[in-house]
Design a protein around this ligand. Structure first.
Ligand SMILES: Nc1ncnc2c1ncn2[C@@H]1O[C@H](COP(=O)(O)OP(=O)(O)O)[C@@H](O)[C@H]1O
Ligand SMILES: Cc1ncsc1CCOP(=O)(O)O
Length: 250
């Protein structure tokens, strides 16, 4: 159970994330016993990374200032051996995002890229009908494209959706479960990226730790959806289930 391991490790996670997800991701990290810090000012970015156990770079609400913070924090994390997870939110939505995502891929060593199918297509330059921050539509062999990206970037790649795909370029795993209804709750993927960043700070095999986190999160979603709850209650119950499944409320 990766969520329980996160609670045991209690890492401090530096999130350079979007203003839609910031509060929810902070609460989700707290629910599993991690400590969040949201900090996107370029002036302090490297200092905050230096005191953290893991770094999340999220493209969600992009600005020149946040890009500056990405680069400074990524460099510091690489110097100190701190794991970096990249969430290329909406990478296919604009040329600015597409170019920035490519710049991140080349500027730093990533531990993991966590994206949806549309974002994977944008990173890999595959023809795709993008739809803002949602997965959009198109035809692509997710496994083949994700394997190639993992090999090219020397990192783990997670592509989420109805089924999640995890690969290091050679070994791979599909994780099923969750619920289509969760697509109507914003920032669910962003929170998952923060949790995966926390998982990467645990001693162990990163592939297995991420597989465990993805599996746990599918169960969290199923439990949060159960019983025909109203949508707002589902969003809150994800936090409740994170606390319960990580062993915070026994
Ligand atoms: N149609 C679906 N059926 C089951 N689970 C889903 C579905 N869509 C997304 N999920 C789950 O929701 C979580 C967030 O994934 P996703 O929606 O793909 O991220 P993003 O918000 O970045 O697009 C993942 O755990 C994923 O497995
Ligand atoms: C709606 C929106 N717009 C910019 S970032 C964001 C949140 C996206 O969250 P997620 O990628 O988890 O759906």
């Amino acid at each position: 159970m990766s969520l329980q391991l996160i609670r045991k490790r209690a890492p401090l996670i530096h999130n350079i994330t979007n203003y839609v997800a910031a509060n929810y991701s902070a609460n989700g990290l707290l629910a599993v016993g991690a400590s969040p810090i949201m900090a996107d000012a370029p002036e302090e970015a490297a200092d905050i990374t230096a005191i953290s156990d893991g770094l999340l770079i999220n493209l969600g609400t992009l600005s020149q200032s946040s890009i500056d913070a990405f680069m400074r924090s990524g460099k510091k994390a690489n110097e100190l051996g701190i794991p970096v997870l990249f969430d290329p939110v909406g990478a296919g939505a604009s040329e600015y995002r597409r170019q920035t995502a490519q710049n991140v891929l080349t500027a730093m060593r990533l531990s993991c890229i966590r994206c949806n199918a549309g974002e994977l297509a944008a990173l890999a330059d595959v023809q795709w009908e993008s739809r803002g921050v949602d997965a959009g539509s198109g035809t692509m062999d997710i496994a083949t494209v994700a394997d190639a990206l993992a090999t090219a970037c020397h990192c783990l790649v997670v592509v989420t959706g109805e089924a999640d795909y995890l690969t290091d370029g050679t070994a791979h795993k599909w994780i099923v479960g969750g619920s289509k209804r969760i697509e109507s709750v914003t920032a669910i993927g962003c929170l998952l990226s923060s949790l995966c960043t926390a998982a990467l700070t645990i001693d162990g095999t990163p592939f297995d730790l991420l597989a465990g986190t993805l599996t746990d999160y599918k169960r969290v979603i199923e439990r949060a959806i159960a019983g025909g709850k109203n949508l707002g209650d589902v969003q809150i119950d994800v936090l409740n289930q994170l606390e319960i499944m990580s062993g915070g409320m026994c």
